[in-house]
Design a protein around this ligand. Structure first.
Ligand SMILES: [Zn+2]
Length: 320
């Protein structure tokens, strides 16, 4: 069987062709084309699927789609997505439209959920039972593997780790979702940036403050570069990030008792600076059992979204 993984993003669409052994046969990255509307955009993806279908005509082809936003995984509908700039695509029946265009019913899920399956397949080689994957970037998303199967919840929204609360919903920092006190408002790039700007005002002579003043556009890498140079402010910002992340992770571990937590996404690249503080929180929980053997890992594999979608589609079709 051949699996096609489609990883839809606001800026790029990544397309992966994989075999059952988890080998990438082909990958492509195209810009998300908004010019001709949503239908034409899907037509382009369908064109790729049809081309692969023709090329591998002696194989069964399975299709998986990871889409950003709120996805109804059972019906393959993108309920809501603030990141795609198409008009009138609320309740967008992705699976129906793609099936009509290609003859293949795709498996559609939230992109972080598909990425979690990608981590399970390629980073962990399925060597875990219960896994929490957290994607750390501008947004903080997540996915769950429970008893070796992808867990998507009753509505397809399981794993919204970023919007669990770790502070007051009245006085905590504002999150991109509109609420206050979300984990994302502390450990997502916007939350980190907020603490950088506060810290820079307090410590204008710090290495980080000088770097921020020089750069036109703030990038999270600045905090790591300042930390590389021993800047106490930058080190403190990473330490606090790790501490908040530890609180978020421990909450989920207390509920689900997972054996492995994997961090992915751009911010996870700074793990050497924030992970000790995260581990410290986990190791100082009153209830120790869920944390004693917990594996905390980082995966910087850029392919997990598309690989996860392709391999999840194969996994589902093989079960039929
Ligand atoms: Zn939120």
């Amino acid at each position: 069987m051949i699996g096609i993984g489609v990883d839809i993003g606001g800026t790029f669409v990544k397309l992966y062709v994989m075999n059952e052994n988890g080998e990438i046969i082909r990958k492509e990255k195209v810009e998300t084309n908004y010019e001709n509307g949503a239908e034409a955009f899907l037509q382009q993806i369908a064109g790729f699927i049809n081309q692969i279908k023709a090329e591998f005509s002696d194989h069964k082809v399975a299709v998986g789609v990871g889409a950003p936003g709120d996805v109804d995984n059972q019906n393959g509908v993108l309920r809501y997505n603030p990141n795609l700039k198409f008009k009138d695509v609320d309740d967008w029946p992705l699976a129906d439209i793609l099936e009509k265009m290609t003859g293949i019913r795709p498996h559609v899920a939230n992109d972080a959920t598909m990425a979690a399956w990608g981590v399970y397949e390629s980073t962990l080689n399925r060597q875990a039972n219960n896994v929490l994957v957290i994607t750390l970037g501008t947004g903080v998303g997540g996915g769950l593997i429970i008893n070796k199967e992808l867990y998507q919840g009753s509505n397809g929204t399981a794993g919204e780790v970023g919007h669990t609360k770790i502070a007051s919903t009245k006085t905590g920092p504002q999150c991109g979702c509109g609420a206050r006190g979300c984990l994302e408002a502390f450990v997502g790039t916007i939350g980190i940036r907020r603490r950088v700007m506060e810290g820079v005002l307090e410590h204008p002579q710090s290495i980080l403050a000088q770097m921020v003043a020089k750069e036109k556009n703030f990038k999270i890498e600045l905090v790591s570069r300042a930390a590389d140079r021993g800047c106490p402010l930058a080190l403190k910002i990473w330490e606090d990030t790790g501490f908040f992340l530890g609180i978020g992770i421990s909450n989920i571990c207390l509920v689900l008792d997972v054996d492995t937590v994997v961090l992915t996404g751009g911010v996870s690249g700074a793990a050497k600076y924030f992970l000790p503080a995260t581990e410290n929180v986990l190791h100082h929980q009153q209830i120790q059992t869920p944390f004693k053997k917990l594996k905390l890992m980082v995966s910087q594999d850029p392919n997990i979204g598309g690989v996860g979608a392709a391999m999840y589609a194969i996994h589902q079709e093989l079960k039929k």
